[in-house]
Design a protein around this ligand. Sequence first.
Ligand code: CA
Length: 228
Amino acid sequence: MKGKILIVEDEAAIREMLGYTLMKNAYAFEEAADVDQAQEIISRDKPDLILLDWMLPGVSGVDYARRLRNNPETKSIPIIMLTARSDETDKVRALDIGADDYITKPFSTKELLARIRAVLRRSDQDKAQGLIQVEGLTLDPETYRVTANEETIEISPTEFRLLQFFITHPERVYSRTQLLDQVWGQNVYVEERTVDVHIRRLRQTLAPYNYDKFIQTVRSVGYRFSSK
Ligand code: CA
């Protein structure tokens, strides 16, 4: 089996289609029709990935994703949001609350499988990477924790990914487009100014610890991480 996937989707027909696709492609899976069922399954056996419907009865998929991210037990389980909306703001919102990717219904089997593979690959790489450290600043890709001289820094998932990319690619200048591709993924259509917004937030987050100076603006080119 290539991994265990939890499907959280209230529409039985879509759940069935997803389950069939996963089974045919050697993934193990479990199904939940709402958040309560999903919680029950997760507490019993943690999945490698969650396919989470945006619109669910009761607690919505978005609220549930946020809840999963805020819980130390579940915050590192990758999430792909499934949605009928194709709004750009929704995509940004999904990624901001910590979803790893976003698929708009109706989607092809090929697209679904490609995204699952990509997210699982990234999750494996994060786990293999271990702790990343620079000058007293430490990132733990498995738990999304950042500490500055042992003190925990509150950081959003997008800022975490941005910081992780910078720290692992120091002393090189990246354009906004390159950062979008690397941090948000090539399939996500986010405007370039979104990068500036997140850079600003990341600097604000790091400023009390004096690490904001590591994130440098390179005029008319982009940004660079430098601890020198
Ligand atoms: Ca639904």
